[in-house]
Design a protein around this ligand. Structure first.
Ligand SMILES: Cc1cc2nc3c(=O)[nH]c(=O)nc-3n(C[C@H](O)[C@H](O)[C@H](O)COP(=O)(O)O)c2cc1C
Length: 214
């Protein structure tokens, strides 16, 4: 009989895989094989009709990393300026740390050992079901990649801001225009090991049985 999972391990992995920005080790190279291992595991994720239309562009060339980081920064700066104004006027608390960490990522993205851009063949067109099917057939694999990375001591951070300049990123990397980039994550060994569960709404508050709670 297969051993049951050790919930201490699986729950810790699932509840403490955070967006790693400040704790990315910029000085330790990440072997390509390790990234491929994570992708191999990620490809066990579900996909509509098991079509596996995901493709993974791994960038570890410094010139290309600089190009991507420049696109990211170009999108990040106006975005964060708007966010900071919105937070100032709304009085929301607890977002300062995320902004600090996001500023940091934007400033060092060109220095990370590698960046992974998960893609899907095709474009997200059609009705709600088709669009859900399109993204639903690639995004679970992206999260699996991040979990597999974390299990191997690698930090990642889900980002989408460079997609504002997806055409420029496509040109930079030779990605065909029939392919959709869905995210961009830095990949680096993380420093320290004190990852904690993040703050989330209570499950009881957001779970409705037998219909929508009015
Ligand atoms: C769809 C999506 C887009 C995101 N885009 C960015 C981004 O462009 N830049 C960034 O620094 N973080 C980005 N994040 C990371 C979130 O800010 C992060 O997951 C959230 O603050 C929760 O933090 P935690 O993952 O550490 O719990 C994104 C996350 C998701 C799921």
């Amino acid at each position: 009989m297969t051993e049951p999972f050790d919930l201490n391990h699986t729950d810790r992995l699932l509840t403490t895989t955070r967006a790693v920005r400040k704790r990315l080790d910029l000085n330790r190279p990440v072997p390509r094989e390790l990234i491929t291992d994570c992708i191999r595991i990620a490809c066990q994720a579900p996909a509509g009709s098991n079509l596996q239309r995901w493709r993974w562009v791994v960038v570890d060339d410094p010139t290309l990393l600089a190009g991507l980081a420049e696109l990211y920064r170009r999108a990040y700066e106006p975005y964060i300026a708007m966010q900071k104004t919105a937070v100032d006027t709304s009085g929301r608390t607890g977002v300062g740390a995320i902004m600090d960490s996001s500023d940091y990522l934007s400033s060092i993205l060109h220095k990370v050992p590698a960046v992974v851009i998960p893609c899907s063949l095709g474009l997200p067109v059609g009705n709600q079901g088709q669009v859900a099917g399109f993204y639903g057939s690639v995004l679970p694999a992206v999260w699996s990649f991040m979990l597999a990375a974390r299990s191997r001591g690698l930090g990642t951070a889900w980002t989408t801001l460079h997609l504002e300049y997806e055409a420029q990123a496509r040109d930079l990397l030779g990605i065909p225009d029939t392919v959709t980039q869905v995210a961009l994550t830095p990949v680096a060994y993380y420093t320290g090991d004190a990852f904690k569960p993040g703050s989330r709404r209570p499950a009881e508050e957001i779970t409705y049985f037998n219909g929508w709670k009015s």
